[in-house]
Design a protein around this ligand. Structure first.
Ligand code: NAD
Length: 284
């Protein structure tokens, strides 16, 4: 259902890989709400994923770009303002990847080149995006930039690994850049801290199924889905939230404020810790 919240607005959505991607749902909802958009993802993702289908369906130009490359990002903003016919009103950064997670390196055995890559792809790319947009003066007054994050930035979550460090940095960039971009251009920058969601990136996290189940049992409203997240993004892109900036906004069914729920406790009582032959707890 459309409320025409984005009528006449122009946006760039980074990170739609396939139908499960949060960015995919955001792109669909943004167009439904009256926006015109461009899409961007890495050349490899464009080849391997189904972003092209989305671009066709939404009549959106797809601009391949590696978000760690300032040159590529400059092209995305340049081409987007050209095809959309003016400055941009909203941007979604929906990008995350950890080579350490992919290669199953644990947090106490990180490969540091891979850590650098995790931070560059998942956090510094956000700074590069903002700096590029600002230098090109590509975003309209009261434009809205949103990046997706996860609560492992604040609280240690099993298996989230170096992505927790990347998310902490991502959220910090939203505040630090939000101050400057707000002060000088009235552009707002926020992060949405989303529930665990079954996507390609999400399912790479060790024990992800259990995490989803635990979060579901802990959250009074249950986990927020990718569709729910898309709706929340639309409100942040819209003019209804013009004074919201530099915030990390929890979108998690209440999980972040919970200590223990009845549903989680009930499940806990049914099980016991996994122990090895010496009676030591196996942490994984
Ligand atoms: N799925 C979850 O549980 C969850 C929870 C909270 C936050 N998030 C965040 O949401 C965002 C989107 O992830 P998703 O869950 O939709 O998974 P996804 O795998 O669909 O999306 C991740 C995207 O990042 C893109 N990407 C990777 N390296 C890139 C690069 N160098 N340049 C440009 N793009 C690159 C991928 O191609 C992919 O499209 C990520 O930031 C993720 O950390 C996800």
């Amino acid at each position: 259902m459309s409320n025409n919240l984005l009528t006449g607005k122009k946006g760039i959505i980074f990170g739609a890989l396939n139908e499960m991607s949060i960015a995919w749902k955001v792109a669909e909802r943004a167009v439904e709400e009256g926006a015109t958009i461009t899409l961007s993802n890495t050349p490899l993702a464009v080849r391997m994923g189904t972003t092209n289908e989305l671009a066709q369906k939404l009549n959106a130009t797809l601009i391949p770009a590696d978000a760690t490359s300032v040159e590529d990002l400059t092209e995305v903003f340049r081409q987007s303002t050209e095809v959309l016919g003016g400055k941009i009103d909203f941007v979604l950064h929906s990008i995350g990847m950890s080579p350490n997670v992919r290669k199953k390196r644990t947090y106490d055995d990180l490969d540091y080149d891979m850590l650098t890559s995790t931070l560059d792809i998942s956090a510094i790319s956000f700074h590069k995006m903002l700096q590029t947009a600002k230098k090109l003066d590509a975003i309209n007054q009261y434009g809205s930039v949103v990046a997706l994050t996860y609560m492992a930035a604040q609280r240690t979550m099993f298996g989230y690994n170096d992505m927790a460090d990347a998310k902490a940095m991502l959220e910090s960039i939203a505040r630090s850049f939000g101050y400057i971009y707000g002060r000088e251009k009235d552009v707002r920058i926020n992060t949405i801290s989303q529930s665990p969601t079954m996507t390609t990136a999400g399912s790479g996290v060790k024990g992800f199924d259990s995490l989803v189940d635990f979060a579901e049992r802990m959250s009074p409203l249950g986990n927020a889905s990718a569709d729910d997240c898309a709706n929340y993004c639309i409100t942040l892109f819209s003019d209804l939230t013009r004074k919201v900036t530099m915030q990390n906004l929890y979108h998690d069914g209440g999980f972040s404020s919970m200590g223990m729920s009845y549903r989680a406790m009930e499940q806990y009582l049914k099980g016991f810790d996994f122990k090895d032959e010496n009676g030591k707890i196996i942490y994984g």
